[in-house]
Design a protein around this ligand. Structure first.
Ligand SMILES: [Zn+2]
Length: 419
């Protein structure tokens, strides 16, 4: 069988593996959150708070969608016209047209152009966040964060580009197989080192101060059967007023992180509700699960790029002979951008289901639906989230159930648990 035949077979296998992983590992049936409870919760929220959150979201919306649209158009222009390949040649020319210069500098140049065109929309977003009092970092802090994120992407991108095009040179017929394995490995590796190598670039993390709350949280984790070495506090207040918490890493790098803002703004019972939600993520292994599906998806993407990228009309448009040339990186980026937009609602749906499960875990663990509900109200008030966002936006991009859904789930739990 030809490499192409094997690629088709491999893609089918990977597609099946992603599907099975998603079917088995994602909790598709969600705990009840009756719409009647949602509407009642919405009516009980202060009208001016809901109004302000909706104004804020409306102010962000044009810039957000424009960034997606412009980002897509520019990616298509770089991938489906010879513009991208010319830019890569130009970058390579600085180093005598060496393939590695084309691969790394050219690839990064294409990514940089695609990023820079959306920069005005990022600035717009920051201006809106500042106007509504959510951003606390000023334009200087914003610019520093931006440069840091470019630097982090450039390092990861350079490694990925150099690795990928080295494989292409060493295995011209089978690069897609090695590339798929490499992409999957990179996803696992990045998820593993993210908490220790990348997150400290943007924030400082300190163990939570000893005290009754910390003791209570550690007891909660022990009772849950999720050993936690520490609860870390991130200095999020340097950037935002928003309150949040998360789990990242796995194995020895796993950590539960709460924003310093959360400890300042929320009651101990509310913090406990948030940490119980994060413990749910840890207990259900949501980070490893997400990493595994991400790794399978990345491997499938490489094989799919090989197959789609050998379609002659696409190569003609991009002005390249083969998708495996460094000059064809613009075409790869265009295809990845389109795939990202197409799969965004699927990812959002899976994320919402996983988040609803973590909520159910928090309710069962704390058995304190009142604290859970007041935490949701506080999150919505401080973070200016629309408690009941427009359906289309929710379906396309919401990573969490809405505030009213989460409150309704707490009320359904309270009824089931009884007085
Ligand atoms: Zn969560």
């Amino acid at each position: 069988m030809s490499p192409r035949g094997w690629a088709v077979l491999t893609l089918a296998g990977l597609g099946l593996a992603v599907l099975v992983a998603a079917l088995v590992l994602i909790p598709w049936s969600r705990p009840p959150a009756p719409r009647a409870d949602q509407l009642a919760a919405l009516r009980e929220l202060p009208a001016d708070q809901v109004e302000r959150a909706r104004q804020f979201r409306a102010a962000l919306r044009p810039g957000g969608w424009a960034a997606l649209g412009v980002g897509l158009l520019v990616a298509l222009a770089l991938g489906l016209t010879p513009l991208g390949s010319r830019l890569i040649e130009l970058a390579g020319r600085l180093f005598g047209d060496h393939w590695a210069a084309q691969a790394v500098l050219g690839g990064l140049a294409v990514v940089l152009v695609a990023d820079l065109v959306t920069l005005p929309f990022s600035a717009w977003r920051h201006a809106v966040l500042t106007r509504y009092g959510l951003a606390t970092n000023g334009w200087g802090g914003w610019a520093v964060d931006l440069l840091k994120s470019y630097a982090v992407s450039a390092v990861i991108g350079a490694v990925a580009l150099l690795g990928f095009y080295t494989v292409v040179r060493l295995a011209p017929r089978w690069w897609w197989a090695f590339g798929a394995a490499g992409a999957a490995t990179l996803v696992v590796l990045l998820s593993f080192v993210l908490p220790v190598l990348v997150e400290p670039v943007f924030n400082r993390f300190a163990p939570m101060e000893p005290g009754p709350l910390r003791t209570q949280l550690m007891d909660l984790a022990a009772r849950d059967g999720v050993p936690v070495r520490d609860v870390l506090v991130a200095d999020a207040s340097r950037r935002t007023r928003a309150v949040n918490a998360y789990v990242s890493g796995f194995g020895p790098t796993r950590r539960v992180v709460v924003y310093d803002n959360l400890l300042r703004e929320a009651t101990p019972a509310e913090v406990t509700a948030v940490v119980a939600h994060e413990l749910g993520h840890a207990k259900d292994r949501d980070v490893p699960t997400g990493t595994l599906t991400g790794a399978l998806g990345a491997a499938a993407a490489v094989v799919a790029l090989y197959l789609i990228g050998s379609w002659p009309p696409l190569l003609r448009l991009a002005g390249v002979d083969s998708v495996a040339q460094p000059r064809a990186f613009g075409l790869l980026l265009a295809l990845v951008t389109v795939a990202g937009l197409v799969f965004a609602p699927v990812q959002a749906l899976m994320s919402r289901r996983v988040e609803a499960r973590a909520d159910a875990h928090a309710l069962a663990l704390t058995d304190d639906p009142a604290a859970f509900e007041s935490m949701q109200r506080r999150l919505s008030a401080i973070n200016l989230s629309d408690p009941d966002p427009p359906r289309w936006e929710y379906l396309y991009s919401a990573s969490h159930p809405s505030t009213v859904e989460r409150i309704a789930a707490a009320r359904a739990y309270a009824r089931k648990a009884g007085p």
